[in-house]
Write a protein that binds this ligand. Structure first.
Ligand code: OAD
Length: 262
């Protein structure tokens, strides 16, 4: 009988435009805690206030002091882990699927930069990237070292707008450049590979629903059931770092030598 990995691999190879959607679960095996479920940060600390961005706008100086200077609580823990985390086999498997021409684009909700570190190039970081800063007025992004913190909040060298971390806060609109890419890629996709996301936070949670509504396939990789499980064609239960390399091996074995799916 066909295994779930084989079914998932067959679906992927039969699809024209596979897009990945990853969440915190893909980085758990890199030592980064998820938000929800067992071991989750919000499970331990509770969800942060939903109006984080409005609080930042009301007092950007305090935001800078708390985020980048004093740092305490879950944020301290999370940022310290980001700084040392390395990609795990799941990140490398997704980068290899891109290299093979099988995965056309990757939308990640993670800010940890690990997909890029593993070699993925076509990546949309819908919630930003912890290693960058962003101007809230013109949207320019900067490396941390490019912006002087002599006065806080720092201001944009291009337009004078206030600069914050690139990570998207609760209550903050998704930057329009990234949102456009995510929507375009979703609209082209006839198969979405969901890895390690509870699919709880919108707009990202809406992308798989959109693919399904247009008759596309959904494959999920997660040790536990998620809100999207009932809509998935195949649910691969287990750790992403163990399942995805098996999926890549199956796909590579089916592709002819030297062949990519493009
Ligand atoms: P969640 O923490 O909500 O969900 C993580 C998912 O990963 C769960 O379904 C877990 O079962 C699964 N998981 C745990 N270990 C895994 C493993 N080894 N392999 C595969 N899956 C595993 O994380 P997200 O869905 O990413 O937003 O959360 C979405 C957004 O909520 C985040 O981007 C963040 C948060 O608030 C912002 O920071 C703006």
């Amino acid at each position: 009988m066909e295994s779930d990995i084989e079914r998932a691999g067959r679906l992927i190879l039969a699809s024209k435009y596979v897009v990945g959607l990853t969440g915190a679960g893909v980085s758990v095996e890199s030592g980064i805690r998820p938000f929800r479920g067992p071991g989750g940060l919000w499970t331990e600390y509770g969800e942060p206030p939903m109006d984080g961005y409005q609080r930042f706008l009301a007092n950007p100086k305090e935001y800078w002091e708390e985020r980048f200077i004093k740092r305490s609580g879950y944020r301290k823990q999370l940022y310290e882990t980001f700084e040392v985390a390395k990609p795990n086999p799941a990140h490398y498997a997704l980068a290899e699927l891109e290299e093979l021409g099988v995965l056309r684009y990757l939308i990640t909700q993670n800010v940890d930069n690990l997909h890029r570190a593993a070699g993925s190039k076509k990546v949309a970081e819908i919630h930003g990237n912890f290693s960058k800063l962003r101007c809230i007025q013109c949207g320019s992004r900067y490396g941390r070292e490019e912006i002087s913190l002599e006065t806080i909040p720092p201001h944009c060298p291009r337009c004078g707008g206030i600069i914050k971390g690139d990570g998207v806060m609760f209550g903050e609109p998704i930057p329009s450049d990234i949102l456009r890419i995510c929507e375009e890629e979703t609209s082209k996709s006839d198969c979405m590979l969901l890895v390690g996301t509870s699919a709880f936070v919108y707009p990202a949670a809406g992308f798989p629903q959109e693919v399904k509504r247009r008759g596309g396939a959904l494959i999920e990789v997660d040790p536990y059931e998620t809100g999207l499980t009932p809509f998935c064609d195949v649910s691969l239960r287990g750790k992403a770092g163990e399942i995805l390399p098996q999926l890549v091996d199956y796909i590579k074995a089916k592709l002819q030598p030297g062949e990519s799916s493009t």
